[in-house]
Design a protein around this ligand. Structure first.
Ligand SMILES: [Zn+2]
Length: 254
């Protein structure tokens, strides 16, 4: 019995060690943001995941908005941001989708370039504010945030497997893992706001409109606030401070 226990600890530690080594070897510098990230998938895989999940996600928001004129505006602003920024030099395939949902205020990006905005949010924005939202979402794509979160999730899964083999403490490690994911999510939002401001400036939009977007999101907060926003988006007030410093940082370059 005792010997068996020792073997289990050994196997558990070996699995945890394996997870750490894998994490260290998966480090790579993002050529577009300069940030070093843990990523275990190729850009082709990111594009494939995005394309594969896009129809299903669109369905959850009532499918695509039926008015082609509004969709054309979303395409026009989205493509303008891509063509005037480093996003154009990436291998990603950008597509901007206007979703029919007129109740849920939301926008999001899938890995590889699939970007979505609900009609509920679209209808509250002027062109520059739309550019702010789409620029932020393009920031998630080139920041490779989904791929990073998937790699992080796999790391914690392996660690918790090792821990549960060794000491049946998988739940404890599992909860640390979840916290880590949330913390990363907040940093992702701030990096995307920063890139969004840069993309707005490059396309000739007033970056102060990004602050107005935050105010619109804040006004939308309340009993009808969607859980996605609550869990993954930091408080709009914090974001406004960060956006102000991003504007200061980039303003002189234009
Ligand atoms: Zn975001």
């Amino acid at each position: 019995m005792r010997r068996n226990w020792k073997i289990r600890i050994f196997i558990g530690l070996a699995i945890v060690a394996f997870a750490y080594i894998q994490r260290c070897t998966n480090k790579e510098e993002n050529p577009y943001t300069g940030r070093v990230q843990n990523i275990s998938m190729s850009t082709d895989q990111e594009i494939a995941i995005g394309l594969q999940s896009a129809p299903q996600i669109a369905q959850q928001y009532g499918g695509l908005y039926p008015n082609d004129n509004y969709q054309a505006i979303v395409d026009q602003v989205g493509n303008k941001l891509v063509n005037n920024s480093i996003a154009k030099e990436t291998p990603y395939k950008y597509e901007f989708h206007l979703l029919a949902d007129d109740q849920t205020i939301n926008a999001f990006a899938l890995p590889g370039g699939q970007v979505f905005i609900t009609y509920a949010l679209f209808s509250k924005l002027n062109e520059a504010q739309l550019a702010g939202v789409l620029g932020h979402e393009i920031g998630h794509v080139i920041g490779r945030h989904s791929a990073e979160r998937i790699a992080e999730g796999n790391f914690w899964k392996t660690v918790s497997m090792g821990a549960s083999v060794g000491a049946d403490a998988g739940d404890i490690v599992g909860s640390i893992g979840q916290n880590t994911l949330l913390t990363n999510g907040r940093e992702d939002e701030l990096e995307s706001d920063d890139l969004g401001v840069l993309f707005m400036l490059r396309s000739g939009y007033d970056p102060l409109e990004m602050i107005r977007v935050m105010e619109i999101l804040k006004e939308a907060a309340g009993p009808n606030r969607v859980p996605e926003f609550k869990s993954t988006h930091p408080d709009p007030d914090n974001r406004i401070e960060q956006i102000k410093s991003a504007i200061k940082k980039y303003e002189n370059q234009f």
